[in-house]
Structure formats: structure tokens, C-alpha cells
Write a protein that binds this ligand. Structure first.
Ligand SMILES: Cc1cc2nc3c(=O)[nH]c(=O)nc-3n(C[C@H](O)[C@H](O)[C@H](O)COP(=O)(O)OP(=O)(O)OC[C@H]3O[C@@H](n4cnc5c(N)ncnc54)[C@H](O)[C@@H]3O)c2cc1C
Length: 254
């Protein structure tokens, strides 16, 4: 059965950083009543949502849903505004109260396991909403690391962590700083069972960090939530082709 479609109305917008805008929406959020995943996401539908039922192909873009409140009928989405290219980023930059958009979902697959010995959360701007929600769901005595890459210091945002979770901000504009993958590799590996959440740009996440966790560290796949949220130089459509190609290559080599 296909996922429900919800009509959302923009209530307010807020600039969180020079490159990120929060949009608060209202709507009938019945579809969100049972979603307990901290990475819950929806597909924004740019076009006629009726086409989804009739085999049409409206443009879809995927975004993490923040704090859906079913009783109040409110939720928020934090959008990376990455220039004039694309559909969702420019839409978010222009959005005004009263604008509407349909979303399909929610989906989701991860919430931090409180029984894990430690947690590893890593990603870039696009993953900040999901990482922030995961950190908020951790028990007070949780241990681990959060590593987030942004363009520079002005792009950092408030992210609360339990005392035992060390948060590192990386600045990609600073050539002296490591990239996301090297920073993750440099973290002192801890004893015990790790639960990992790693999402962001495809190359760093899928080609660099994923083999490090699975092959070099031997982390079981069930203990890792990892995926590309976007791909440098590709729109979401051609990025899906890249993901399919990656999956085919891996089937051929496993
Ligand atoms: C499960 C999931 C959850 C996600 N949650 C969020 C979220 O909460 N907030 C969020 O902002 N994004 C999130 N993303 C990423 C988002 O779906 C992509 O960034 C998407 O490509 C944006 O669509 P667009 O129409 O703006 O750009 P597209 O049309 O897809 O791409 C246009 C150009 O912009 C570039 N581009 C796309 N995204 C970025 C970026 N983040 N930084 C720099 N350049 C980029 C592309 O490489 C391309 O060159 C999530 C993705 C997934 C799979």
C-alpha cells in the first residue's frame, strides 16, 4: 500500500544559519501518529500528488521531519539552501506563510538503541535534523561521538548532546581540517557495541565511511544506519541512478 499524502501549509520560516532555513508547517498529521523513528522523513511532492496514484512522476525530494505534533497539527523541516540549483532548496528559500506543499510518508528506520555501549553519529548539514533528534533521544548517560561537517563556523547550529557524547564540528572550507571520513577514522575506537548513524554526501558516506565501519571495524550491518542523503553534482533523480549503480556493483562483488 502506498504511503499517505498530507497537505502542509507554511506557518513561519526562520533562518537557522546562512545556509539553512527552518520551515514550520501545519496540517492534519494523522499519518504521523505511529512514527517513532528519529530519522523519520517524508517525500515532498513538487507537482500534482494525484499523479502518484496514476503512475505519473511528479518531482520528489526527501526531508527529515522534526517534532511532528499530531495533536497540534504542527511539524518543521530544516532545509539546506544550497544555491539556485534544484527544486526543494530554492522552494524553501522562497517559501512564505500560506504556501502549501503535499508530502508522502513518513518513512524511517532508525532510533538510537539505548542498549548500545556507545553511539557514533556523523553527517553533514542535511543530516543535522536527524542527528539532533537522535541525540535528543539518547539516555543521559549515553557515550559516544557526533561529527558534523558544515562549510564554516557561521554554519554551526545549536546541537545538544548528553555529557558523554563528544560533538565535533568540521569546516569544509578550512583546508587544514579533515573531511568527514578522515575525522571519523581518527576517532579513538571504543570498547563494546556501537550503534552508528551516518548520513550525508554520497562519496564520503558510502565510499569512505561505510567500508571503514563494515570491513575495517567489523561492525554488524544491523548496528549501522548509513546512506547517502545527496550526491555532489547530481540532482535527486540522477543521484538515485548512482545509488542503484552502487547497489548493482556491490551485488556483483559480494
Ligand atoms: C532520508 C533523507 C533525509 C534527508 N533530510 C534532509 C533534511 O532534513 N534537510 C536537508 O536539507 N536535506 C535533507 N536530505 C537531502 C535532500 O533530499 C537533498 O539534498 C536533495 O537533493 C535536495 O533537493 P534539491 O531539489 O534542493 O536539489 P537537487 O535538485 O536534488 O540537486 C541540485 C544540485 O544541488 C546539489 N545539492 C543537493 N543537496 C545539496 C546539499 N545538501 N548541499 C549542497 N549541494 C546540494 C546537488 O548535488 C545538485 O548539484 C535528506 C535526504 C534523505 C535521503
Amino acid at each position: 500500500m502506498s504511503k499517505p499524502i498530507t497537505l502542509l501549509t507554511v506557518e513561519a520560516t526562520e533562518q537557522l544559519s546562512p545556509g539553512m532555513v527552518r520551515i514550520r508547517f501545519s496540517g492534519d498529521l494523522a499519518a504521523f501518529a505511529d512514527s517513532a523513528f528519529t530519522d523519520r522523513y517524508v517525500k515532498l511532492v513538487f507537482g500534482d500528488p494525484a499523479e502518484l496514484e496514476t503512475g505519473g512522476r511528479p518531482t520528489l525530494r526527501t526531508y527529515t521531519v522534526i517534532a511532528p505534533d499530531v495533536a497540534r497539527g504542527t511539524l518543521a523541516i530544516d532545509f539546506v539552501v544550497h544555491g539556485d540549483q534544484g527544486v526543494a532548496g530554492p522552494w524553501a528559500a522562497r517559501a512564505r506563510p500560506g504556501d502549501t506543499i503535499h508530502v508522502r510518508g513518513p518513512g524511517g528506520a532508525y532510533a538510537p538503541d539505548p542498549a548500545a555501549d556507545w553511539h557514533l553519529l556523523a553527517g553533514d548539514e542535511a543530516a543535522i535534523p536527524a542527528i539532533r533528534q537522535a541525540l535528543a533521544a539518547l539516555p543521559d548517560d549515553a557515550q559516544g561521538y557526533a561529527v558534523i561537517q558544515v562549510d564554516g563556523p557561521v554554519h554551526e547550529q545549536p546541537v545538544a548532546t548528553p555529557a558523554g557524547v563528544a560533538l565535533t564540528w568540521l569546516h569544509r572550507a578550512d583546508p587544514a581540517q579533515p573531511g568527514l571520513a578522515d575525522a571519523v577514522r581518527a576517532l579513538p575506537w571504543r570498547e563494546g557495541r556501537v550503534h552508528a548513524f551516518v548520513h550525508g554526501e554520497g562519496q564520503a558516506v558510502m565510499k569512505d565511511i561505510r567500508p571503514y565501519l563494515y570491513v575495517e571495524r567489523g561492525v554488524p550491518r544491523a548496528d549501522v544506519s548509513i546512506s547517502a542523503y545527496w550526491k555532489q553534482g547530481r540532482t535527486e533523480e540522477t543521484f538515485r541512478e548512482w545509488k542503484a549503480e552502487l547497489a548493482r556493483t556491490e551485488e556483483g562483488t559480494s
